[in-house]
Design a binder for this molecule. Structure first.
Ligand code: SAM
Ligand code: DTB
Ligand code: SF4
Length: 323
């Protein structure tokens, strides 16, 4: 057990599910006050990191993730967009930087990274994004030790690979790969010295116990993932989850606050689902512990608030983009 110098709360990796359930179910203001104490202590001079997302290879994915419009198993499959080449990707990264982004995240709708021309192009993209002075994050499915090493050599800051939900709920959402495979990929990322971006989604019909279960697995990773995206399901027509009711925004606030309490020094990202949130709900999420948002009109295939709305959001909250 280590102690963050900024706070007296110990950083733990032995959370029980019952403890986490208790936090998630606290009276809302009590949960917020506790989370805020940690949030303030670890983030002096609080700033929000703006991360831009770009889908490099869209759709046609072999996996059957029930939430995802890019799975070839769903009628929503958005395949058909050409895979982007290095130069246009770097042009988008430059534009994102000029608009104020500090991190550039690139997605590939793959089950796993394959060697060959597309992987060589990915490495060039990573190098190019880093040369622009941006953090670079890639999300592209499973990878081998050697691929992780090569991504690290190219300067990759972070690899995104979400656990999505609890181990128990997982099989109801994805059948084409296992939780264990997800954990092994994360281990390879760590081994290569790349920082880990790992979180999940709420609003997929999971119970409170499942939410606690996801947070338990994340918080008991040692060290904690440096980056924890918390997504609210974007229910896309044609996916098996198209009829899921929208999550109560206060549930998202609870999830963010609990993530902040469990993983004090991690960057907690308020991710998909912001388009459906009021300005006030988003500000509550920032207050609860989020210190990053996705910035730019699209996520991978779905919408995100436009840049102007996000500038106004931050101005209304009185916070600056990071650094
Ligand atoms: N194929 C890679 C993988 O699954 O790791 C990378 C791309 S995948 C689209 C990245 C993440 O986006 C998923 O792990 C999931 O958490 C999130 N995601 C995908 N569709 C979503 C949706 N409809 N709503 C919320 N989050 C979603
Ligand atoms: C993450 O957790 N959320 C982002 C990022 N990591 C790659 C992706 C959200 C995707 C939402 C659905 C879409 O736009 O296709
Ligand atoms: Fe493929 Fe990733 Fe979508 Fe799953 S979440 S279907 S792995 S692109």
């Amino acid at each position: 057990m280590t102690c963050s110098p900024a706070i007296r709360t110990p950083t733990r990796h032995d959370w029980s599910r019952a403890e986490i359930q208790e936090l998630l179910a606290l009276p809302l203001l009590e949960l917020l006050w506790r989370a805020q104490a940690v949030h303030r202590a670890v983030n002096p001079g609080y700033k929000v990191q703006l991360a831009s997302l770009l889908s490099v290879k869209t759709g046609g994915c072999e996996e059957d993730c029930a939430y995802c419009p890019q799975s070839m198993h769903h009628s929503s499959d958005v395949a058909g967009r050409p895979e982007l080449e290095v130069e246009p990707v770097l042009a988008r990264a430059r534009a994102a930087r000029d608009a104020g982004a500090h991190r550039f995240c690139m997605g590939w709708a793959w089950r796993e990274i394959r060697d060959g021309a597309p992987f060589e192009a990915m490495l060039q993209m990573v190098r190019g994004v880093r040369e622009l002075g941006l953090e670079a994050c890639v999300t592209a499915g499973m990878l081998t030790d050697r691929q992780a090493e090569r991504l690290a050599e190219a300067g990759l800051t972070s690899y995104n690979h979400n656990l999505d939900t609890s181990p128990e709920h997982y099989d109801r959402i994805i059948t084409s790969r296992t939780y264990q495979e997800r954990l092994e990929t994360l281990q390879r990322v760590r081994q290569a010295g790349i920082s880990m971006c790992c979180g999940g989604i709420i609003g997929m019909g999971e119970s409170l116990d499942d939410r606690a279960g996801l947070l338990q697995v994340l918080a008991n990773l040692d060290p904690h993932p440096e980056s924890v995206p918390i997504n609210a399901l974007v229910a896309v027509e044609g996916t098996p989850l198209e009829e899921q009711p929208p999550v109560d925004p206060l549930e998202l606030v609870r999830m963010v606050a609990t993530a902040r309490l469990l993983m004090p020094s991690s960057r907690v990202r308020l991710s998909a689902g912001r388009e459906q949130l009021s300005r006030e709900a988003q500000i509550l999420c920032l207050l609860a512990g989020a210190d990053s948002i996705f910035y730019g009109e699209t996520l991978l295939t779905t919408g995100n608030p436009d840049v102007e709305a996000d500038r106004e959001l931050l101005a209304a909250a009185g916070v600056q983009p990071w650094p």
